[in-house]
Design a protein around this ligand. Structure first.
Ligand SMILES: *Cc1c(COP(=O)(O)O)cnc(C)c1O
Length: 361
């Protein structure tokens, strides 16, 4: 008999459930379950990706200087305070590993992204779930939940799967109100979809306790590439870099992401398509009597009368070859999260839901 046991907390981790991508017996599947870009990656990104094949025998850059410089130039940031990771998931993981351990608390909100809890448990720390108010992050509730042991507070802004956003004043109040040993993490995975929004970068500039995370997975259509980044105070970024694997990103990842962030025309095209189709899909669903909050991301959350109705609609959509995301695990059992696709995808899902509702088209 061995006495091999995993570290405390690890057995409490439930495996992350990704969006389903296949349906048995259906060839023309429309996948709207993982907030992927309907246009795919841009041409410049694809060209950069292909070029790197000739250099695969070389180890990649360890400091990511070229990508950090590109991100800094595009967003008007300080390249020395950017860290790049294997998706923003890795930045979330670094933050938990570096700042939380056994006995520490990490706050996430009621409908918050699953990775916050997973990374918290992986660090041996204790996840603390705080209620939201009508599917929006509740600053007062978070501040009330803070203790001497709170080390990190995670919010996604805009949030997934609700699509709601917290205003700049509320975010600043949160940063000001958390205890002195805590870091506020602003997950900006969907920041690019909000007009004129910096994802919290300006707040990072003025405070020592705020870190912003961003990703290439959503607007840039590079979810499969796995590149994200964080922006924070120099002292915190220095700590995160100590546990970052020196070769955590390949040249293929680095150069593809750099080409993508420099391709502003494609980014704008993706943003505009999403804004237009998100409005269209929201209106189409509301016309069918389905509740939809204004979304600030690249998906909408359709809320049905009951969990049973959401389940039945999900089954109907599957029968028509359409995969959306049930969000029972995010405590919204009456909801279906639907990624905003291109025009034909939005029409197809709206028509399928209309048929489910028995509405003649
Ligand atoms: C999709 C998403 C991310 C991005 O994760 P990556 O690891 O960068 O692909 C981060 N946070 C939230 C809330 C998301 O929905």
């Amino acid at each position: 008999m061995t006495k091999i046991t995993p570290q405390p907390g690890l057995m409490d981790i439930a495996l992350y459930q990704g969006g389903q991508s296949r349906l048995d017996g259906v060839s023309e599947v429309l996948k709207l379950s993982s907030n992927e870009n309907p246009l795919g990656p841009g041409e410049k990104a694809k060209e950069a990706f292909a070029r790197t094949v000739h250099e695969l025998h070389r180890y990649p850059s360890t400091d990511h200087l070229s990508l950090r410089t590109a991100i800094a130039e595009v967003h008007g940031l300080d390249a020395n305070r950017i860290i790049c990771g294997v998706g923003s998931d890795e930045i979330i993981h670094f933050l938990c590993q570096c700042y939380a351990g056994p006995g520490d608390e990490v706050i996430h909100t009621e409908h918050g992204f699953a990775m916050y809890r997973i990374s918290t448990l992986a660090a041996g720390a204790t996840p603390v779930e705080v209620p939201e108010c009508d599917r929006s992050v509740d600053v007062a509730a978070i501040l009330a939940a803070c203790t001497k042991r709170t080390k990190l507070v995670f919010i996604a802004n805009p949030a997934n799967p609700t699509g709601t956003i917290l205003g700049a004043e509320d975010v600043a109040r949160l940063a000001e109100g958390i205890p002195p040993q805590a870091i506020l993490v602003l997950d900006g995975a969907y920041a690019e979809f909000v007009d004129g929004f910096d994802g919290g970068a300006a707040l990072v500039e003025t405070r020592e306790n705020v870190v912003m995370t961003r990703t290439f997975s959503k607007l840039y259509g590079l979810g499969g590439l796995r590149v994200g980044w964080g922006y924070g105070p120099k002292a915190i970024i220095d700590v995160l870099n100590r546990i970052r694997g020196p070769f955590n990103l390949s040249e293929t990842q680095l150069q593809t992401a750099e080409a993508a962030v420099r391709d502003r025309a494609f980014a704008e095209k993706c943003h505009d398509l999403n804004a237009r189709m998100r409005d269209w899909l929201t209106a189409a669903l509301r016309k069918l009597g389905i509740e939809v909050d204004q979304s600030y991301a690249n998906f909408v959350l359709a809320r049905f009368a009951t969990p049973d109705e959401a389940e039945a609609c999900d089954a109907h959509l599957k029968s028509e070859g359409i995969i959306v995301r049930r969000v029972t695990g995010y405590k919204i059992p009456e909801g279906l999260r639907i990624t905003v696709g291109d025009e034909s995808a939005c029409r197809r899902v709206a028509h399928a839901i209309a048929r489910f509702k028995g509405v003649e088209e």
